[in-house]
Design a protein around this ligand. Structure first.
Ligand SMILES: *Cc1c(COP(=O)(O)O)cnc(C)c1O
Length: 458
């Protein structure tokens, strides 16, 4: 039997995260204070984040050691398996070799605990007792709830009200870990009360939930705030995925020709891709990189590369990134983790430089790929990960047309066992179509903050 599973022994969990910022072909444009348009200084953000994470946010060190207590928690599920998808290859009748790194083996079923655990650790080291965050569908909230429990921190999650009501199981998971979960908008914050005063039936949004979580953290000495994607330190923590995958591809005796990941804020894609990008930027490899987004929220393929707010309300520093405009409200596709108007600044820079390719996939095509994947490989992909599956399949089919062997590696960022409602709709043929509305993007882009060419050039 051909080998299909490449397992690293536990003691080979990488001891360092890899910081691609050290090797970027151009300096990363700094985050700007929205009032002064000056680069943000770390101490401005100290009410929200611990010093260790702010230092990681700005560091240019190539390697950042993973603290031993973080590796000890990682060991509950890391190293994660790398599989070769022989059955999927046969079903596609392709000469391509398809590999996937499976992050769904974590306690909460996605890659998100890789950073949640690190963030909880650094907060506890600096005496923080409590973390707040927002969550939409609940992947990030459950990862942080788990991580806080590991380090004895209290956790409060502001969960967008529609999800709170329609998707109770992730909420129950967070509560099982001991987190306090409230529907947002809530009466617990000024921001929430303001929205409720205008509309007591407000379904909530990620933007409102962020405002509540940030206000809560800023107003209490013992509390800080945690973010699940986009920022440099989050992407840094996720590189444990790609560092493992590099060693596992060595075990398999192959090098990827193309590396693929889905992108919401960019963290699971970066986590897998950046360690392989190190080889490409150093001229040791010619690997292609493909970031996959939904056609319903196409920041990389239809957005503009400019400074914008990270949140919907306009509270955060300005980040230079591909954006649909911070007031863009993406249609309600099932891949909730991909419904973000912006993109990690590093991933954006790599796309702008032509080093990373971007592709948009329709929801129905993502599910078609995911169902074929489930029927051949057994695992039901998260709706987000389904977007990466669909592009991996398309690359394999192109290899067949071209009669070429091609080594394809993609990130299966999570499983979809909390998302069976979405599969039910797909199988019943009742999935809503996800047409993209250019007018909505135009209206939203008209509200971009004005940043002069001078500060853009910093
Ligand atoms: C949150 C999530 C994503 C999207 O976030 P990124 O930061 O772009 O990785 C993708 N897949 C899964 C399973 C998620 O939970």
């Amino acid at each position: 039997m051909a080998s299909f599973k490449f397992v690293l022994p536990e003691e080979r969990i990488p001891k360092d995260w890899y910081n691609l910022v050290a090797d970027l072909p151009k300096p990363l444009p700094p985050a700007l204070n929205p009032k002064t348009l000056a680069p943000v200084q770390p101490d401005e953000l100290e009410p929200l984040f611990p010093r260790a994470l702010l230092a990681q946010e700005g560091t240019r060190d190539r390697w950042v050691p993973i603290p031993e207590p973080v590796r000890a928690v990682y060991a509950l599920w890391r190293p994660t398996p790398l599989y070769r998808a022989h059955r999927l290859e046969r079903a596609l009748d392709t000469p391509a070799h398809l590999y996937y790194k499976y992050e769904g083996t974590s306690p909460t079923g996605s890659h998100k605990p890789n950073t949640a655990v690190a963030q909880a650790f650094y907060n506890r080291e600096e005496g923080v007792r409590r973390l707040t965050t927002e969550t939409g569908a609940g992947q990030w909230g459950s990862a942080l709830a788990f991580a806080c429990r590991m380090f004895g921190l209290a956790c409060k999650v502001y969960m967008v009200r529609v999800s709170y009501e329609q998707k109770p199981y992730r909420r129950v998971l967070m509560e099982t870990y001991g987190a306090e979960v409230v529907p947002s908008p809530s009466a617990h914050t000024q921001a929430g009360r303001r929205v409720l005063a205008e509309d007591p039936q407000s379904p909530g949004s990620l933007g409102i939930a962020i405002s509540e979580a940030v206000e809560d953290a800023a107003s209490r000495e013992d509390t800080k705030y945690a973010l699940g994607s986009v920022l440099n330190h989050v992407l840094l923590h996720q590189t444990v995925i790609g560092e493992e995958a590099r060693l596992q591809m060595e075990l398999a005796g192959e090098e990827p020709d193309v590396v693929i990941g889905c992108v919401g804020g960019g963290s699971n894609f970066a986590g897998l891709a950046f360690p392989f990008l190190r080889d490409r930027l150093a001229g040791r490899a010619r690997t292609r990189f493909v970031a996959v987004e939904p056609t319903a929220c196409p920041s990389l393929t239809r957005g503009v590369y400019t400074y914008d707010f990270g949140d919907t309300v306009g509270l955060t520093p300005l980040l230079k990134m591909h954006t649909l405009g911070h007031s863009f409200v993406p249609p309600k596709v099932h891949a909730g983790g991909l419904r973000y108007h912006g993109m990690a600044p590093t991933v954006s820079l790599l796309v702008a430089e032509g080093i990373v390719e971007a592709r948009a996939v329709r929801q129905a095509d993502a599910f078609a790929g995911a169902v074929l994947f489930a029927q051949t490989e057994g695992i039901v992909p998260a709706p987000e990960a389904a977007h990466a599956v669909a592009v991996a399949i398309a690359e394999a089919l192109r290899a067949r047309e071209e009669g070429q062997k091609r080594v394809i590696l993609f990130n299966l960022s999570g499983h979809g066992y909390f998302d069976l409602q979405a599969y039910q709709e797909y199988l019943a043929g009742t999935l809503a179509s996800d047409s993209f509305a250019p007018e909505a993007v135009e209206a939203s882009l008209a509200q971009l903050p004005r940043v002069s060419a001078v500060s853009e050039g910093i």
